[in-house]
Design a binder for this molecule. Structure first.
Ligand SMILES: Nc1ncnc2c1ncn2[C@@H]1O[C@H](COP(=O)(O)OP(=O)(O)OP(=O)(O)O)[C@@H](O)[C@H]1O
Ligand SMILES: O=C(O)C1=C[C@@H](O)[C@@H](O)[C@H](O)C1
Ligand SMILES: [Mg+2]
Length: 171
């Protein structure tokens, strides 16, 4: 049976998971949580620093644990890191939840993430890195989603509003 909480947001970098999670949580009067932030506070260092100092595989293990903990006890809206769905055990846990895939196309994603270096997987040519990640992952996001919401050309408020309408009575 689908659990009421947490309602989970997935999607690539720049989809707006962190931003929309906060808006939706405010709308519903519940807390928002973000697994990237959970990993950072547990470790006392940024995601970028974990990638550089300990490697992606170590980050993925920390992320897997953070996601499992949040899925077990967060009564609110949960934004996952963009790559969290790559883990098979995470995908299995998601089967019990409302999972919203925030879909974004290449050009809006590039505009939103900008050229900052806080996203380690985008170092180098941001556009080409995002294209590769979208090509590799779109089918995975779709496979775990119970609702898909297009975000291109829309404000975070519009996106949160659509999710609120779709899930308001079910969440
Ligand atoms: N629908 C939108 N329209 C325009 N800008 C947006 C939209 N959603 C988010 N943004 C902006 O895009 C940037 C990235 O958004 P956000 O950090 O929420 O993405 P994310 O999906 O959490 O990415 P990551 O996987 O890297 O954590 C932020 O500056 C945010 O304000
Ligand atoms: O898409 C990804 O693999 C990532 C997305 C971010 O949320 C962070 O979890 C990290 O930068 C990796
Ligand atoms: Mg985020």
């Amino acid at each position: 049976m689908t659990r009421r909480w947490p309602v989970v947001l997935v999607g690539p970098m720049g989809a707006g998971k962190t931003t929309v999670a906060r808006l939706l949580a405010d709308e519903w009067g519940v807390p928002a949580r973000d697994t990237d932030h959970d990993v950072e506070s547990l470790e006392g260092r940024s995601v970028a620093d974990i990638f550089v100092d300990s490697g992606e595989a170590h980050f993925r293990e920390l992320e897997r644990q953070a996601v499992a903990a949040a899925l077990a006890d967060h009564e609110g809206v949960l934004a996952l890191g963009g790559g969290a769905v790559l883990d098979e055990s995470t995908r299995a846990l998601l089967a019990d939840h409302h999972v919203v895939f925030l879909r974004v196309g290449l050009s809006d994603a590039v505009k939103r993430v900008g050229l900052g270096s806080s996203r380690p997987l985008l170092l180098g040519n941001v556009r080409s890195r995002i294209k590769t990640l979208l090509d590799e992952r779109s089918a995975i996001y779709e496979s775990v989603a119970t609702l898909v919401v297009d975000t291109d050309g829309r404000t975070p408020g519009d996106v949160a509003g659509e999710i609120g309408k779709a899930l308001g009575e079910r969440a």
